[in-house]
Design a protein around this ligand. Structure first.
Ligand code: FAD
Length: 531
Protein backbone atom coordinates (compact mmCIF):
# COMPACT_ATOMS: atom_id res chain seq x y z
CA UNK A 1 0.00 0.00 0.00
CA UNK A 2 1.23 3.46 -0.96
CA UNK A 3 2.09 5.80 1.95
CA UNK A 4 -0.59 8.46 2.28
CA UNK A 5 1.77 11.09 3.72
CA UNK A 6 5.22 10.30 2.35
CA UNK A 7 7.15 8.47 -0.33
CA UNK A 8 6.53 4.98 -1.64
CA UNK A 9 5.32 1.68 -0.34
CA UNK A 10 4.53 1.46 3.37
CA UNK A 11 6.42 -1.84 3.63
CA UNK A 12 9.70 -0.30 2.45
CA UNK A 13 11.83 1.65 4.90
CA UNK A 14 15.29 3.21 4.76
CA UNK A 15 16.75 3.12 8.27
CA UNK A 16 19.25 5.89 8.99
CA UNK A 17 22.59 4.40 10.08
CA UNK A 18 23.83 5.81 13.43
CA UNK A 19 26.83 7.41 11.78
CA UNK A 20 24.52 9.14 9.29
CA UNK A 21 22.39 10.48 12.15
CA UNK A 22 25.52 11.94 13.76
CA UNK A 23 26.55 13.40 10.42
CA UNK A 24 23.19 15.19 10.08
CA UNK A 25 23.39 16.49 13.64
CA UNK A 26 26.91 17.82 12.96
CA UNK A 27 25.79 19.55 9.79
CA UNK A 28 22.54 21.22 10.87
CA UNK A 29 21.91 20.26 14.51
CA UNK A 30 19.82 17.59 16.23
CA UNK A 31 16.42 17.13 14.59
CA UNK A 32 13.32 17.88 16.64
CA UNK A 33 11.12 14.85 17.22
CA UNK A 34 7.70 16.19 16.35
CA UNK A 35 4.46 14.28 16.21
CA UNK A 36 2.81 13.86 12.79
CA UNK A 37 -0.96 13.83 12.32
CA UNK A 38 -2.42 10.34 12.01
CA UNK A 39 -4.54 9.38 9.05
CA UNK A 40 -7.60 9.32 11.33
CA UNK A 41 -6.91 12.94 12.35
CA UNK A 42 -6.34 14.00 8.74
CA UNK A 43 -9.58 12.30 7.68
CA UNK A 44 -11.53 14.39 10.21
CA UNK A 45 -10.67 17.46 8.10
CA UNK A 46 -12.15 16.03 4.88
CA UNK A 47 -15.41 17.92 4.32
CA UNK A 48 -18.50 16.32 2.85
CA UNK A 49 -18.43 16.09 -0.93
CA UNK A 50 -20.28 18.58 -3.15
CA UNK A 51 -20.66 16.00 -5.92
CA UNK A 52 -23.91 14.25 -6.80
CA UNK A 53 -23.64 10.44 -6.90
CA UNK A 54 -22.20 9.18 -10.20
CA UNK A 55 -21.39 5.56 -11.13
CA UNK A 56 -17.78 6.41 -12.12
CA UNK A 57 -16.99 8.62 -9.11
CA UNK A 58 -16.07 7.68 -5.55
CA UNK A 59 -16.51 10.20 -2.75
CA UNK A 60 -14.82 7.99 -0.15
CA UNK A 61 -12.91 10.34 2.24
CA UNK A 62 -9.75 8.20 2.29
CA UNK A 63 -9.51 8.21 -1.50
CA UNK A 64 -10.01 11.98 -1.48
CA UNK A 65 -7.28 12.39 1.15
CA UNK A 66 -4.90 10.20 -0.85
CA UNK A 67 -5.38 12.43 -3.92
CA UNK A 68 -5.20 15.79 -2.15
CA UNK A 69 -1.48 16.42 -2.30
CA UNK A 70 1.64 15.39 -4.21
CA UNK A 71 5.27 15.08 -3.14
CA UNK A 72 6.58 18.64 -2.85
CA UNK A 73 7.92 19.78 0.50
CA UNK A 74 4.87 22.06 1.04
CA UNK A 75 2.73 18.95 0.29
CA UNK A 76 4.63 16.95 2.90
CA UNK A 77 4.28 19.72 5.48
CA UNK A 78 0.52 19.82 4.83
CA UNK A 79 0.07 16.04 4.93
CA UNK A 80 2.26 15.41 7.95
CA UNK A 81 0.58 18.17 9.94
CA UNK A 82 -2.93 17.26 8.77
CA UNK A 83 -3.40 20.87 7.54
CA UNK A 84 -4.36 20.03 3.99
CA UNK A 85 -6.80 22.87 3.18
CA UNK A 86 -8.40 21.56 -0.03
CA UNK A 87 -9.51 18.08 -1.09
CA UNK A 88 -11.06 16.79 -4.28
CA UNK A 89 -14.79 16.19 -3.88
CA UNK A 90 -14.44 12.86 -5.60
CA UNK A 91 -12.05 10.52 -7.38
CA UNK A 92 -12.79 8.69 -10.63
CA UNK A 93 -10.80 5.74 -11.97
CA UNK A 94 -11.67 5.50 -15.68
CA UNK A 95 -10.72 2.27 -17.43
CA UNK A 96 -11.12 3.36 -21.06
CA UNK A 97 -11.08 6.33 -23.45
CA UNK A 98 -14.86 6.26 -23.40
CA UNK A 99 -15.00 6.60 -19.63
CA UNK A 100 -12.54 9.50 -19.76
CA UNK A 101 -14.77 11.18 -22.38
CA UNK A 102 -17.91 10.54 -20.32
CA UNK A 103 -16.29 12.10 -17.24
CA UNK A 104 -15.03 15.13 -19.19
CA UNK A 105 -18.50 15.73 -20.62
CA UNK A 106 -20.11 15.28 -17.21
CA UNK A 107 -17.63 17.72 -15.64
CA UNK A 108 -18.17 20.25 -18.38
CA UNK A 109 -21.98 20.11 -18.15
CA UNK A 110 -22.06 20.35 -14.36
CA UNK A 111 -19.31 22.95 -13.80
CA UNK A 112 -16.85 20.57 -12.12
CA UNK A 113 -13.10 21.35 -12.09
CA UNK A 114 -11.12 18.31 -13.17
CA UNK A 115 -7.58 17.31 -12.20
CA UNK A 116 -5.88 14.51 -14.19
CA UNK A 117 -3.80 12.42 -11.76
CA UNK A 118 -1.07 9.94 -12.73
CA UNK A 119 1.19 8.79 -9.91
CA UNK A 120 0.78 11.95 -7.84
CA UNK A 121 4.58 12.32 -7.71
CA UNK A 122 4.58 15.98 -8.71
CA UNK A 123 7.02 18.02 -6.65
CA UNK A 124 5.63 21.42 -7.62
CA UNK A 125 1.94 21.23 -6.64
CA UNK A 126 0.54 19.99 -9.98
CA UNK A 127 -2.27 17.84 -8.64
CA UNK A 128 -3.37 19.85 -5.61
CA UNK A 129 -6.98 21.05 -5.68
CA UNK A 130 -7.24 24.76 -4.97
CA UNK A 131 -9.93 26.09 -2.67
CA UNK A 132 -12.89 26.59 -5.00
CA UNK A 133 -16.63 27.22 -5.04
CA UNK A 134 -16.99 24.62 -7.80
CA UNK A 135 -16.70 20.90 -7.00
CA UNK A 136 -13.34 19.32 -7.82
CA UNK A 137 -12.97 15.88 -9.37
CA UNK A 138 -9.62 14.09 -9.52
CA UNK A 139 -9.29 11.64 -12.40
CA UNK A 140 -6.87 8.89 -11.36
CA UNK A 141 -5.60 7.29 -14.58
CA UNK A 142 -3.71 4.32 -13.18
CA UNK A 143 -6.27 1.76 -14.43
CA UNK A 144 -5.15 2.71 -17.94
CA UNK A 145 -1.99 0.64 -17.75
CA UNK A 146 -1.83 -1.72 -20.72
CA UNK A 147 0.56 -2.20 -23.60
CA UNK A 148 -1.86 -2.02 -26.55
CA UNK A 149 0.49 -2.66 -29.46
CA UNK A 150 4.15 -3.22 -30.24
CA UNK A 151 5.28 -2.57 -33.81
CA UNK A 152 8.64 -4.35 -33.73
CA UNK A 153 9.58 -3.28 -37.24
CA UNK A 154 9.21 0.42 -36.42
CA UNK A 155 10.12 -0.04 -32.72
CA UNK A 156 6.97 1.79 -31.63
CA UNK A 157 4.94 0.76 -28.57
CA UNK A 158 1.44 2.02 -27.80
CA UNK A 159 0.63 2.25 -24.11
CA UNK A 160 -2.30 3.51 -22.13
CA UNK A 161 -1.13 6.65 -20.36
CA UNK A 162 -1.72 5.72 -16.72
CA UNK A 163 0.93 3.00 -16.83
CA UNK A 164 3.76 3.33 -14.28
CA UNK A 165 7.48 2.93 -14.95
CA UNK A 166 7.80 -0.66 -13.65
CA UNK A 167 4.65 -1.72 -15.57
CA UNK A 168 6.08 -0.28 -18.81
CA UNK A 169 9.44 -1.97 -18.42
CA UNK A 170 7.91 -5.30 -17.36
CA UNK A 171 5.68 -5.44 -20.44
CA UNK A 172 8.43 -4.32 -22.82
CA UNK A 173 11.24 -6.38 -21.28
CA UNK A 174 9.12 -9.51 -21.71
CA UNK A 175 9.24 -8.83 -25.47
CA UNK A 176 12.97 -7.94 -25.51
CA UNK A 177 12.50 -4.14 -25.50
CA UNK A 178 12.95 -1.20 -23.17
CA UNK A 179 11.72 2.39 -23.08
CA UNK A 180 14.69 3.49 -20.97
CA UNK A 181 12.85 6.27 -19.14
CA UNK A 182 14.06 6.11 -15.54
CA UNK A 183 13.15 9.16 -13.47
CA UNK A 184 13.97 8.70 -9.79
CA UNK A 185 10.18 8.56 -9.25
CA UNK A 186 10.05 5.56 -11.67
CA UNK A 187 8.29 3.32 -9.12
CA UNK A 188 5.13 5.46 -9.01
CA UNK A 189 5.10 8.05 -11.79
CA UNK A 190 3.16 7.43 -15.00
CA UNK A 191 3.57 7.85 -18.72
CA UNK A 192 0.90 10.58 -18.98
CA UNK A 193 2.50 12.50 -16.12
CA UNK A 194 5.93 12.23 -17.76
CA UNK A 195 4.61 13.62 -21.06
CA UNK A 196 2.73 16.59 -19.69
CA UNK A 197 5.53 17.60 -17.30
CA UNK A 198 8.38 17.06 -19.82
CA UNK A 199 10.08 14.53 -17.63
CA UNK A 200 13.68 13.43 -17.90
CA UNK A 201 15.03 10.02 -16.90
CA UNK A 202 18.42 9.26 -15.35
CA UNK A 203 19.69 7.83 -18.66
CA UNK A 204 18.22 10.51 -20.90
CA UNK A 205 21.72 11.11 -22.29
CA UNK A 206 21.34 7.75 -24.05
CA UNK A 207 17.59 7.20 -24.44
CA UNK A 208 16.49 10.85 -24.73
CA UNK A 209 14.03 12.82 -22.64
CA UNK A 210 10.34 11.95 -22.83
CA UNK A 211 9.99 14.50 -25.66
CA UNK A 212 12.20 12.28 -27.83
CA UNK A 213 10.27 9.11 -26.93
CA UNK A 214 6.78 10.55 -27.41
CA UNK A 215 5.94 9.83 -31.05
CA UNK A 216 2.17 10.35 -31.00
CA UNK A 217 -0.97 9.57 -29.06
CA UNK A 218 -4.57 10.09 -28.19
CA UNK A 219 -5.89 12.95 -26.10
CA UNK A 220 -9.40 13.59 -24.80
CA UNK A 221 -9.92 17.34 -24.47
CA UNK A 222 -12.95 19.36 -23.32
CA UNK A 223 -13.60 20.31 -26.98
CA UNK A 224 -13.17 16.82 -28.42
CA UNK A 225 -10.71 14.09 -29.22
CA UNK A 226 -7.28 14.89 -30.61
CA UNK A 227 -5.15 12.23 -32.30
CA UNK A 228 -1.48 12.90 -32.79
CA UNK A 229 -0.32 10.65 -35.63
CA UNK A 230 3.18 9.18 -35.76
CA UNK A 231 5.66 10.40 -38.35
CA UNK A 232 9.38 9.74 -38.12
CA UNK A 233 9.72 13.41 -39.03
CA UNK A 234 7.45 16.03 -40.52
CA UNK A 235 7.75 19.53 -41.95
CA UNK A 236 4.02 20.20 -41.78
CA UNK A 237 3.87 23.27 -39.60
CA UNK A 238 4.49 23.46 -35.84
CA UNK A 239 4.58 20.10 -34.05
CA UNK A 240 1.38 19.71 -32.00
CA UNK A 241 3.06 17.14 -29.77
CA UNK A 242 5.07 20.05 -28.42
CA UNK A 243 1.82 21.75 -27.42
CA UNK A 244 0.91 18.78 -25.32
CA UNK A 245 4.36 18.23 -23.82
CA UNK A 246 4.44 20.35 -20.67
CA UNK A 247 0.68 21.10 -20.77
CA UNK A 248 0.29 19.91 -17.13
CA UNK A 249 -3.29 18.70 -17.44
CA UNK A 250 -4.55 22.06 -18.75
CA UNK A 251 -5.45 21.00 -22.30
CA UNK A 252 -6.91 17.54 -21.87
CA UNK A 253 -6.25 14.00 -20.73
CA UNK A 254 -3.66 11.90 -22.53
CA UNK A 255 -5.18 8.44 -22.68
CA UNK A 256 -2.70 6.69 -25.00
CA UNK A 257 0.83 7.38 -26.14
CA UNK A 258 2.93 5.85 -28.88
CA UNK A 259 6.54 5.60 -27.79
CA UNK A 260 9.86 5.04 -29.53
CA UNK A 261 11.39 2.00 -27.82
CA UNK A 262 14.71 0.14 -28.22
CA UNK A 263 15.96 -3.43 -28.01
CA UNK A 264 16.89 -4.37 -24.44
CA UNK A 265 20.61 -3.62 -24.15
CA UNK A 266 23.08 -6.46 -24.38
CA UNK A 267 25.34 -4.88 -21.76
CA UNK A 268 25.20 -2.13 -19.17
CA UNK A 269 27.57 -1.02 -16.43
CA UNK A 270 28.06 2.00 -14.17
CA UNK A 271 31.45 3.21 -12.95
CA UNK A 272 32.73 5.51 -10.19
CA UNK A 273 35.42 8.11 -10.85
CA UNK A 274 36.99 10.60 -8.44
CA UNK A 275 38.19 14.05 -9.50
CA UNK A 276 40.30 16.39 -7.40
CA UNK A 277 37.44 18.92 -7.43
CA UNK A 278 34.07 19.63 -9.02
CA UNK A 279 35.35 22.10 -11.60
CA UNK A 280 37.71 19.46 -12.95
CA UNK A 281 34.87 16.94 -13.12
CA UNK A 282 32.52 19.46 -14.77
CA UNK A 283 35.15 20.16 -17.43
CA UNK A 284 35.53 16.44 -18.09
CA UNK A 285 31.79 15.75 -18.46
CA UNK A 286 31.41 18.79 -20.71
CA UNK A 287 34.15 17.46 -22.95
CA UNK A 288 32.59 13.98 -22.98
CA UNK A 289 29.25 15.48 -24.07
CA UNK A 290 30.76 17.82 -26.63
CA UNK A 291 32.89 15.06 -28.14
CA UNK A 292 29.72 12.97 -28.54
CA UNK A 293 31.06 10.02 -26.51
CA UNK A 294 28.33 7.36 -26.38
CA UNK A 295 27.99 6.91 -22.60
CA UNK A 296 24.46 6.47 -21.20
CA UNK A 297 24.62 8.52 -18.01
CA UNK A 298 26.81 11.14 -16.34
CA UNK A 299 26.15 12.24 -12.78
CA UNK A 300 28.81 14.62 -11.45
CA UNK A 301 28.44 15.25 -7.71
CA UNK A 302 30.16 18.14 -5.99
CA UNK A 303 32.40 17.66 -2.96
CA UNK A 304 29.60 18.13 -0.41
CA UNK A 305 27.30 15.68 -2.21
CA UNK A 306 30.17 13.20 -2.48
CA UNK A 307 30.84 13.40 1.27
CA UNK A 308 27.15 13.31 2.20
CA UNK A 309 26.31 10.38 -0.11
CA UNK A 310 29.13 8.36 1.39
CA UNK A 311 28.17 9.38 4.95
CA UNK A 312 24.54 8.29 4.40
CA UNK A 313 25.49 5.02 2.72
CA UNK A 314 26.05 3.24 6.03
CA UNK A 315 29.27 1.69 4.67
CA UNK A 316 31.39 3.34 7.38
CA UNK A 317 34.40 1.03 7.35
CA UNK A 318 34.64 0.96 3.58
CA UNK A 319 34.21 4.72 3.32
CA UNK A 320 36.88 5.31 5.97
CA UNK A 321 39.44 3.11 4.22
CA UNK A 322 38.60 4.48 0.79
CA UNK A 323 38.97 8.03 2.18
CA UNK A 324 42.40 7.23 3.60
CA UNK A 325 43.51 5.67 0.33
CA UNK A 326 42.27 8.59 -1.74
CA UNK A 327 43.93 11.12 0.54
CA UNK A 328 47.22 9.22 0.32
CA UNK A 329 47.23 9.69 -3.45
CA UNK A 330 46.31 13.36 -3.32
CA UNK A 331 42.49 13.38 -3.48
CA UNK A 332 41.64 15.72 -0.58
CA UNK A 333 38.41 17.07 0.92
CA UNK A 334 37.35 18.72 -2.35
CA UNK A 335 37.22 15.38 -4.18
CA UNK A 336 34.13 14.97 -6.33
CA UNK A 337 32.48 11.77 -7.54
CA UNK A 338 31.32 11.05 -11.08
CA UNK A 339 29.10 8.07 -11.77
CA UNK A 340 28.87 7.27 -15.44
CA UNK A 341 27.17 4.48 -17.33
CA UNK A 342 27.51 2.68 -20.63
CA UNK A 343 24.57 0.91 -22.27
CA UNK A 344 24.33 -0.98 -25.56
CA UNK A 345 26.15 -3.77 -27.34
CA UNK A 346 29.49 -5.04 -25.98
CA UNK A 347 31.32 -3.29 -28.78
CA UNK A 348 29.56 0.06 -28.34
CA UNK A 349 29.97 0.06 -24.57
CA UNK A 350 33.67 -0.87 -24.68
CA UNK A 351 34.28 1.93 -27.15
CA UNK A 352 32.27 4.45 -25.07
CA UNK A 353 34.04 3.48 -21.84
CA UNK A 354 37.50 3.80 -23.40
CA UNK A 355 36.71 7.17 -24.98
CA UNK A 356 35.24 8.49 -21.73
CA UNK A 357 38.24 7.24 -19.73
CA UNK A 358 40.67 8.99 -22.02
CA UNK A 359 38.97 12.32 -21.30
CA UNK A 360 38.56 11.54 -17.59
CA UNK A 361 42.29 10.80 -17.22
CA UNK A 362 43.23 13.93 -19.12
CA UNK A 363 41.32 15.87 -16.45
CA UNK A 364 43.03 14.11 -13.56
CA UNK A 365 40.14 11.71 -12.81
CA UNK A 366 40.69 8.39 -11.04
CA UNK A 367 38.61 5.43 -12.26
CA UNK A 368 37.61 3.16 -9.36
CA UNK A 369 35.75 0.39 -11.22
CA UNK A 370 32.12 -0.70 -10.87
CA UNK A 371 31.62 -0.97 -7.05
CA UNK A 372 30.32 2.59 -6.63
CA UNK A 373 28.32 2.29 -9.86
CA UNK A 374 26.67 -0.89 -8.55
CA UNK A 375 25.79 0.89 -5.28
CA UNK A 376 24.28 3.77 -7.26
CA UNK A 377 22.24 1.38 -9.41
CA UNK A 378 20.96 -0.51 -6.38
CA UNK A 379 19.71 2.66 -4.69
CA UNK A 380 18.60 4.63 -7.75
CA UNK A 381 14.88 4.26 -6.91
CA UNK A 382 15.33 3.49 -3.21
CA UNK A 383 16.99 6.80 -2.27
CA UNK A 384 13.65 8.73 -2.05
CA UNK A 385 12.69 6.50 0.90
CA UNK A 386 15.38 8.26 2.92
CA UNK A 387 13.18 11.34 2.85
CA UNK A 388 10.63 9.54 5.07
CA UNK A 389 13.34 8.62 7.57
CA UNK A 390 14.88 12.08 7.61
CA UNK A 391 11.49 13.74 8.13
CA UNK A 392 10.80 11.46 11.07
CA UNK A 393 14.24 12.33 12.46
CA UNK A 394 13.28 16.02 12.33
CA UNK A 395 14.68 17.16 8.97
CA UNK A 396 12.93 18.68 5.97
CA UNK A 397 14.51 17.93 2.60
CA UNK A 398 13.81 19.43 -0.79
CA UNK A 399 15.46 19.55 -4.19
CA UNK A 400 15.47 22.10 -6.98
CA UNK A 401 16.92 22.12 -10.43
CA UNK A 402 17.71 24.24 -13.45
CA UNK A 403 19.47 23.91 -16.79
CA UNK A 404 21.86 26.49 -18.07
CA UNK A 405 24.62 26.92 -20.70
CA UNK A 406 28.05 25.58 -19.76
CA UNK A 407 29.54 29.04 -19.37
CA UNK A 408 27.15 29.66 -16.42
CA UNK A 409 27.05 26.21 -14.85
CA UNK A 410 29.66 26.41 -12.10
CA UNK A 411 28.96 30.06 -11.18
CA UNK A 412 25.20 29.47 -10.93
CA UNK A 413 25.61 26.28 -8.94
CA UNK A 414 27.93 28.00 -6.45
CA UNK A 415 25.63 30.99 -5.97
CA UNK A 416 22.44 28.93 -5.61
CA UNK A 417 24.14 26.81 -2.97
CA UNK A 418 25.48 29.88 -1.18
CA UNK A 419 22.06 31.55 -0.85
CA UNK A 420 20.57 28.29 0.38
CA UNK A 421 23.40 27.65 2.83
CA UNK A 422 22.99 31.15 4.30
CA UNK A 423 19.23 31.36 3.80
CA UNK A 424 18.19 30.61 7.39
CA UNK A 425 20.98 32.47 9.16
CA UNK A 426 18.45 35.08 10.34
CA UNK A 427 16.59 32.42 12.31
CA UNK A 428 19.82 30.89 13.58
CA UNK A 429 19.54 27.70 11.52
CA UNK A 430 22.02 25.96 9.25
CA UNK A 431 21.17 24.41 5.88
CA UNK A 432 23.00 21.44 4.39
CA UNK A 433 23.29 21.96 0.64
CA UNK A 434 24.86 19.88 -2.11
CA UNK A 435 24.56 19.51 -5.86
CA UNK A 436 25.28 17.44 -8.92
CA UNK A 437 25.10 17.84 -12.66
CA UNK A 438 22.33 15.40 -13.47
CA UNK A 439 21.87 15.70 -17.23
CA UNK A 440 24.49 17.01 -19.60
CA UNK A 441 24.10 18.35 -23.11
CA UNK A 442 26.47 19.77 -25.70
CA UNK A 443 25.55 23.33 -24.74
CA UNK A 444 24.94 23.05 -21.03
CA UNK A 445 23.83 20.94 -18.09
CA UNK A 446 21.13 20.63 -15.50
CA UNK A 447 22.13 21.44 -11.95
CA UNK A 448 20.27 19.44 -9.31
CA UNK A 449 20.48 20.85 -5.80
CA UNK A 450 19.43 19.10 -2.59
CA UNK A 451 18.96 21.11 0.62
CA UNK A 452 18.04 20.02 4.07
CA UNK A 453 17.19 21.91 7.23
CA UNK A 454 15.69 21.21 10.63
CA UNK A 455 11.93 21.15 10.90
CA UNK A 456 10.66 24.01 13.06
CA UNK A 457 8.25 23.66 15.97
CA UNK A 458 5.27 24.51 13.82
CA UNK A 459 4.33 23.50 10.25
CA UNK A 460 3.77 27.17 9.42
CA UNK A 461 7.36 28.02 10.33
CA UNK A 462 8.77 24.99 8.49
CA UNK A 463 6.85 26.17 5.41
CA UNK A 464 7.96 29.80 5.85
CA UNK A 465 11.58 28.64 5.92
CA UNK A 466 11.05 26.65 2.74
CA UNK A 467 9.52 29.72 1.07
CA UNK A 468 12.57 31.81 2.03
CA UNK A 469 14.99 29.22 0.66
CA UNK A 470 13.06 28.41 -2.50
CA UNK A 471 12.52 32.11 -3.27
CA UNK A 472 16.19 33.00 -2.81
CA UNK A 473 17.42 30.11 -4.98
CA UNK A 474 14.84 30.77 -7.71
CA UNK A 475 15.87 34.42 -7.94
CA UNK A 476 19.51 33.42 -8.42
CA UNK A 477 18.56 30.93 -11.13
CA UNK A 478 16.59 33.57 -13.04
CA UNK A 479 19.32 36.19 -12.60
CA UNK A 480 21.77 33.82 -14.29
CA UNK A 481 19.33 33.09 -17.13
CA UNK A 482 18.63 29.49 -16.07
CA UNK A 483 15.29 27.79 -16.58
CA UNK A 484 13.14 27.56 -13.47
CA UNK A 485 12.77 23.83 -14.15
CA UNK A 486 14.72 21.29 -16.17
CA UNK A 487 12.35 18.38 -15.43
CA UNK A 488 9.88 19.02 -12.62
CA UNK A 489 7.62 21.44 -14.49
CA UNK A 490 5.71 24.50 -13.33
CA UNK A 491 2.70 23.31 -11.31
CA UNK A 492 1.89 25.89 -8.64
CA UNK A 493 5.32 26.55 -7.21
CA UNK A 494 6.89 27.94 -10.39
CA UNK A 495 3.91 29.89 -11.79
CA UNK A 496 5.35 33.20 -10.64
CA UNK A 497 8.59 32.61 -12.55
CA UNK A 498 7.09 31.56 -15.87
CA UNK A 499 6.72 35.01 -17.46
CA UNK A 500 10.44 35.68 -17.02
CA UNK A 501 11.17 32.67 -19.21
CA UNK A 502 8.36 32.88 -21.78
CA UNK A 503 8.02 36.65 -22.26
CA UNK A 504 4.74 38.52 -22.96
CA UNK A 505 3.99 36.94 -26.35
CA UNK A 506 4.83 33.50 -25.02
CA UNK A 507 2.49 33.99 -22.06
CA UNK A 508 -0.33 35.13 -24.38
CA UNK A 509 0.25 32.08 -26.58
CA UNK A 510 -0.03 29.73 -23.62
CA UNK A 511 -3.12 31.48 -22.31
CA UNK A 512 -4.80 31.35 -25.74
CA UNK A 513 -4.06 27.64 -26.03
CA UNK A 514 -5.61 26.93 -22.65
CA UNK A 515 -8.70 29.01 -23.47
CA UNK A 516 -9.03 27.29 -26.86
CA UNK A 517 -8.84 23.72 -25.54
CA UNK A 518 -10.69 24.48 -22.33
CA UNK A 519 -13.19 27.31 -22.88
CA UNK A 520 -14.89 26.70 -19.51
CA UNK A 521 -11.66 26.75 -17.48
CA UNK A 522 -12.33 23.31 -16.01
CA UNK A 523 -8.95 21.61 -16.52
CA UNK A 524 -6.56 21.77 -13.56
CA UNK A 525 -7.05 25.51 -12.97
CA UNK A 526 -4.21 27.57 -11.52
CA UNK A 527 -1.43 25.19 -12.63
CA UNK A 528 1.15 26.26 -15.19
CA UNK A 529 -0.66 29.61 -15.52
CA UNK A 530 -2.56 31.44 -12.78
CA UNK A 531 -5.86 31.30 -14.72
C1 FAD B 1 11.24 11.23 -5.32
C2 FAD B 1 10.95 11.89 -6.63
C3 FAD B 1 11.87 11.81 -7.65
C4 FAD B 1 11.61 12.42 -8.88
N1 FAD B 1 12.52 12.28 -9.89
C5 FAD B 1 12.24 12.79 -11.11
C6 FAD B 1 13.14 12.59 -12.20
O1 FAD B 1 14.18 11.95 -12.06
N2 FAD B 1 12.81 13.13 -13.40
C7 FAD B 1 11.64 13.79 -13.59
O2 FAD B 1 11.37 14.21 -14.71
N3 FAD B 1 10.79 14.02 -12.57
C8 FAD B 1 11.04 13.52 -11.35
N4 FAD B 1 10.17 13.73 -10.32
C9 FAD B 1 8.95 14.52 -10.53
C10 FAD B 1 7.73 13.71 -11.00
O3 FAD B 1 7.93 12.35 -10.77
C11 FAD B 1 7.49 13.95 -12.48
O4 FAD B 1 7.02 15.28 -12.65
C12 FAD B 1 6.50 12.98 -13.13
O5 FAD B 1 6.55 13.21 -14.52
C13 FAD B 1 5.07 13.12 -12.65
O6 FAD B 1 4.36 11.98 -13.10
P1 FAD B 1 3.05 11.49 -12.36
O7 FAD B 1 2.47 10.39 -13.16
O8 FAD B 1 3.30 11.22 -10.95
O9 FAD B 1 2.12 12.79 -12.53
P2 FAD B 1 1.23 13.51 -11.43
O10 FAD B 1 2.09 14.00 -10.34
O11 FAD B 1 0.08 12.66 -11.07
O12 FAD B 1 0.71 14.74 -12.30
C14 FAD B 1 1.60 15.70 -12.79
C15 FAD B 1 0.85 16.59 -13.80
O13 FAD B 1 0.48 15.81 -14.92
C16 FAD B 1 -0.92 15.84 -15.15
N5 FAD B 1 -1.26 14.52 -15.68
C17 FAD B 1 -0.92 13.31 -15.18
N6 FAD B 1 -1.34 12.34 -16.00
C18 FAD B 1 -1.94 12.95 -17.05
C19 FAD B 1 -2.55 12.49 -18.23
N7 FAD B 1 -2.62 11.19 -18.55
N8 FAD B 1 -3.08 13.41 -19.09
C20 FAD B 1 -3.00 14.73 -18.83
N9 FAD B 1 -2.44 15.21 -17.71
C21 FAD B 1 -1.90 14.33 -16.84
C22 FAD B 1 -1.53 16.21 -13.83
O14 FAD B 1 -2.75 16.87 -13.97
C23 FAD B 1 -0.47 17.14 -13.26
O15 FAD B 1 -0.63 18.43 -13.79
C24 FAD B 1 10.41 13.14 -9.07
C25 FAD B 1 9.48 13.22 -8.03
C26 FAD B 1 9.75 12.60 -6.82
C27 FAD B 1 8.74 12.68 -5.73
Amino acid sequence: MKRWNGWGDEATTYPLPDSAAHYMADQVGEGLHLQDATMEQALLAVPSSCLAPHPLISTDPEKRLRHARGQSLPDWIALRSGQIRAFPDGVAYPGSNEEVRTLLEYARKTGIKLIPFGGGTSVVGHINPLPSEAPVLTMDLTRLNRLLALDETSQLATFEAGVTGPEIEKQLNARGYTLGHFPQSFELSTLGGWIVTRSSGQQSYHYGRIEAMFAGGHVETPIGTMDLPVHPASAVGPDLKQVLLGSEGRLGVVTQAILRVCRYPEFEAFYGVFFHDWQQGANAVRQIAQAGVGVSMLRMSNAMETTTTLALSGQDVLVKWAGRGLRAIGFGDERALLVFGVTGTRRQTTQARLEALEIIRAHGGLMTGTAIGRMWKKSRFYAPYLRNTLWEAGYALDTLETAIPWSEVVGTAEEVQKVLREGLADVGERVLVFAHLSHVYRDGASIYVTYLYRRANSPEETLRRWQMLKGAASRVILAHGGTISHQHGVGLDHVAYLAAEKGPIGMQTLESLIRLFDPDGMMNPGKLLAI
